[in-house]
Design a protein around this ligand. Structure first.
Ligand SMILES: [Ca+2]
Ligand SMILES: [Ca+2]
Length: 263
């Protein structure tokens, strides 16, 4: 190999090895790929026929390369809606100094889905953002989508949905409403817990939220529910629980989020 070729190969290796953040980042954050529950990976620009996906990505710690804790917050923004995620130190072989990683579950909309990662420093100022990751979902549109998230790490909040016939979907009966699905019970912070119903029967539906278990969290817990009907613009509802309001199976402190009528 000619010396010039050796230099070219080294440069190529350097360029490839820095792709973790430069593919969709450059701004200190990246979405690397999404994976469905069977393990099938969809890359940026791809198409999937699976609604529930896990988003994986990388972010730079605003505190710098040597910090052992992540000094800031990471948000996944999906079609304009933010959900917070928990970064962990990057463990893969191509990790750059100061690079952390995250995964989070995400429920796609029918059609176009834009996913971006935003990093804020501990003062709440934006410290980084990725380019937009696009994926097209060949899935039927849903009549009802309700997503619960909360702003504290490590504790357990639960969404409860009641249909017009009194059926009840919640963590221990995720398919408690026929033809609907509560995707998962998040028990360690931030959510999301997402309820979807493709063909809603007519009548009144009620969403409630219970602070189930503080699990040592002593701060207040800001909670958000986003409700989208017919995949339209979400209505956003917010509430704050105190630490003392976590009360397991007691409904006393339940937040009645909303009651809405499907035609
Ligand atoms: Ca939960
Ligand atoms: Ca979680």
């Amino acid at each position: 190999m000619e010396p010039n070729s050796v230099v070219a190969v080294i440069l190529a290796v350097l360029l490839v090895s820095s792709c973790g953040l430069t593919d969709f980042g450059g701004g200190g954050a990246s979405v690397t790929h999404i994976t469905d529950r069977s393990g099938t990976v969809t890359d940026n620009g791809g198409t999937t026929d699976q609604r529930v996906q896990t988003v994986a990505g990388r972010v730079m710690n605003p505190a710098g390369a040597d910090a052992s804790t992540f000094d800031g917050s990471v948000f996944v923004v999906h079609n304009g809606n933010r959900q917070q995620v928990t970064p962990t130190p990057c463990t893969l072989g191509d990790c750059q100094p100061g690079e952390w990683e995250f995964t989070t579950d995400l429920v796609l909309n029918s059609g176009s889905n834009n996913i971006q990662v935003v990093v804020e420093d501990s003062g709440g100022s934006q410290a980084g953002s990725s380019s937009t990751f696009n994926v097209n979902a060949n899935i039927p549109a849903r009549d009802i989508t309700a997503t619960l998230t909360w702003d504290t790490n490590g504790n357990d909040v639960d969404m409860h949905v009641y249909d017009p016939q009194g059926n009840h979907a919640y963590y221990s009966s995720k398919q408690g409403i026929p033809s609907a699905d509560l995707d998962l019970d998040d028990i360690d912070g931030y959510g999301p817990e997402t309820f979807t119903m493709q063909d809603a029967i007519p009548g009144d539906y009620t969403i409630k939220v219970r602070y189930y278990d503080a699990k040592g969290v002593t701060s207040n817990v800001p909670v958000t529910v986003r409700l989208s009907l017919n995949e339209g613009t979400p209505q956003v509802f917010t509430h704050t629980f105190t630490a003392e309001q976590a009360n397991y199976d007691d409904a006393t402190n339940d937040w009645t989020v909303t009651t809405f009528t499907m035609p």
